[in-house]
Structures are given as structure tokens and as C-alpha cells.
Design a protein. Structure first.
Length: 257
């Protein structure tokens, strides 16, 4: 009875960031589940093509990964997405998996990073520990954002920080709610002090820097113009061992479901 884990991501074209973040999650899963081969797939065809053109790294699509696992004799699969929240990408993946149910005896889907109350508390703990957050500075968490009900995950994340004693942490999103304007409104009530912008994204790549640092309307410049001495942290969530541990727990929960 052969079992496997498929780690599926939107993807990144940057080789170093890929291996530190998504590769870090995959490596942690191999360590936690020694008897399970770990496969990789991306959902972005554009990124797959770019990664091959620029770095000659071949990453399969979801369909190609499914066919490969079937040929390898895999009978039981847990698909673990590296998504941060529920949202459009997660729902699209869930729907797509319906087409492959007959290829395996079981095909299960793990939850995104933030899915249970315990996940939020764990994220707060691991981020404070990894980034050595101080209450003497302002921290602005920059999420990607989504649409629909899943947007509430970001306000819940901010609440989790505050309830655990870190009222100096604000959460915003690049494409969603709360946005940069909402963060700016809250900063108006704070005295200028050192400020760190920390991406709440699995991969800290080109998209992060364009949104957070480029131009007069970027987060970095707007905060600096308010008197906050600001920097952007160059580190994705996937590089943090504690975050990798949460994904491993979701894999285990899917296995046992």
C-alpha cells in the first residue's frame, strides 16, 4: 500500500526563494513522514514556464503530478497546499481534485496554514520567536489578501497578536481587506518609532517587493513619510520551521480523516 504527499503551490520563478520556502516545507515533510515520498506541483502555468526558461527547473502541473504518482504505483495521496488562507485558489484546487479521485484509493486535501484557532496562535508564537519581535517597535504584517469570506482571516490574525499581548502589530493585505489605507489610519494614533514590514506570504519574492517598496504609494514610502523609520523583512513564511510544522500537522490531520 504505497502512500505519498503532494505539496502544491501557486509557485515562484526565483530559484533561491523556491528552495528556501517551498523547498523548506517539503524537506520538513520528508523528515516528519519518512516513509512517504513527497512530490511537488505548481498551479501557475506561467511560473512553470518561466522557471524552466530561466533556471531549467521542471515543475509539473497538478495533472502531470497526478499521472506521475499513478505510474509510480501510489495508492493513497494527501495533497497539501502551501496556501495561507482559504480562498479562490484553495477552492479551485478542491474542485480540480474531483477529476482525479478515481486514480487512487484515497485522495485527501490538507487545510491551508490558517484554518483553526490553534493555527493563528501558533503562527503568532512562531513569528514572534523567529523574527524576534519587540514591543518597542511597530510591526506591520503584509498579507497577500483574497476575496470573499476568507478575508476575515487577516483581521483574526491581528486579533490573535493583540490578545497575546502584541498590540503593536498591525495586519494589512496587498490585495484585499484590510488594505494599506486601513493600516495607515491605525498608524496615525501611534507615535513614530522603528517599524518593520513583514511579509505574511509563503514565498518572499518579486511580488512582495513591488507591492511594498516600489514608488511613492508603496507601503515603505508611505510609512516613512509618516515619520516611521521603516524596513521590509526579506523572508518568507515557508522558511520558518514553526510554519513548516503547522503544515505537517495539517498533513497528519488529513491522513487521519
Amino acid at each position: 500500500m504505497k502512500k505519498a504527499i503532494l505539496v502544491i503551490s501557486f509557485g515562484t520563478r526565483h530559484r533561491e526563494n523556491l528552495e528556501r520556502s517551498i523547498g523548506g516545507i517539503e524537506a520538513y515533510l520528508r523528515k516528519e513522514f519518512e516513509n512517504y515520498p513527497v512530490y511537488r506541483a505548481f498551479t501557475s502555468q506561467k511560473i512553470i514556464e518561466k522557471l524552466w526558461e530561466e533556471s531549467r527547473i521542471a515543475v509539473p502541473t497538478l495533472e502531470e503530478a497526478m499521472v506521475r504518482m499513478q505510474k509510480d504505483g501510489i495508492e493513497h495521496v494527501v495533497v497539501q497546499p502551501t496556501y495561507v488562507v482559504y480562498g479562490l485558489e484553495y477552492e479551485k484546487l478542491k474542485d480540480a481534485l474531483e477529476d482525479y479521485q478515481e486514480l487512487f484509493q484515497t485522495l485527501k486535501l490538507g487545510e491551508p496554514l490558517l484554518s483553526q484557532v490553534e493555527d493563528y496562535k501558533a503562527c503568532v508564537h512562531y513569528m514572534i520567536e523567529d523574527w524576534k519581535m519587540s514591543k518597542d517597535e511597530v510591526i506591520v504584517i503584509a498579507g497577500h489578501g483574497t476575496i470573499g469570506y476568507a478575508q476575515s482571516a487577516y483581521t483574526m490574525l491581528e486579533y490573535a497578536f493583540h490578545s497575546m499581548g502584541y498590540s503593536n502589530v498591525l495586519v494589512g493585505t496587498v490585495n484585499g481587506y484590510p488594505n494599506i489605507t486601513d493600516v495607515v489610519q491605525k498608524l496615525r494614533y501611534l507615535d513614530p518609532k522603528p517599524l518593520r514590514i513583514i511579509p505574511f506570504m509563503i514565498v518572499s519574492g518579486e511580488h512582495v517587493y513591488r507591492s511594498l517598496t516600489d514608488g511613492e504609494e508603496s507601503w515603505l514610502v508611505r510609512f516613512q513619510n509618516m515619520g516611521f523609520s521603516s524596513i521590509v523583512v526579506e523572508r518568507g513564511l515557508g522558511e520558518i520551521e514553526g510554519i513548516q510544522r503547522i503544515f505537517a500537522e495539517h498533513v497528519r490531520e488529513a491522513m487521519e480523516s
